[in-house]
Unconditional design. Sequence first.
Length: 318
Amino acid sequence: MKLGLIGFPQVGKRTLFRLLTGKESEPENGKGEAQGLARVRDERFERLVEIYRPRVETPAQIEFSLLPDLEKQAERNTRIWRVLEKVDVICHLVRAFPEDTVFHVAGSVDPRRDITALNEELRLNDLLFIEKRIERLEKERGRNGDARRSTQEKELLIRMKDHLEAGRFLNTFPFTDEEQKLVSGYIFLTRKPMILILNVGEEQLNEAGLIDQLAADFAGQAFQWIAVSAKIEEELSHLDEEERQAFLEELNIVQPALDRLTLVCFNTLGLISFFTVGPDEVRAWTNRKESFAPQAARVIHSDIERGFIQAEVIKYED
């Protein structure tokens, strides 16, 4: 499963991608996007490593795709939408830090404007698809063998169109199970979960007001919000553990934002970790939320699922 990191130029995408994955943001295979794996920074895993001191540590990982810069002209972003179709979660990095020496493509720093601009383009992309699909269904009316299904699909698409035109994303549309099946073969960008990452300055790190105000401005949208200072995180990455802790205390930061960000991304993908521990290895296994024990066993090996009898579970708090 993959997260797509997207944003306008000069917002800190490449810095954040490098901090998350340890890789430079050079496109691979001429596709215009860079790929990398980010370690999920889970304090439970770190604590278990401290307790067992294993020979091997295997944390959970998530895949990031760094997309090309968004353009001011909407028609130039078509190729980006094609790449975005392949990701499971959209991570929109938005510049909130004030810095006169770093040019903003729109001429000024305005997070609300930048969020609105991308949201409008995503909604427009889905609206155009819906309108074309409705036109096709109308042309095929009477020639299609399953007229009832075509009618149901058209009625559903019209309701989805109204939802988008009201300024909402399709990830808040109340699909029934049957309606899910009707459009399961289509990719709608606004059905994907979205995380809004605000790249803030040092003085904004402990201010909740910015996120609170933006969350209120976009009330009714199923967005996740988190503030990160790529500049501070980059400084932290060059420090040893003792210096790192002293720096965090000086800034009155309980936990590095990068740690919280990877967990937010992991949870938004609908994933959880369970751990196997011992002196040989402490390992975080990735599984879908609400899976049953045999399905978790399959993550380790299919033979364990086939021969599953029971699982002995220790809760982390215990």
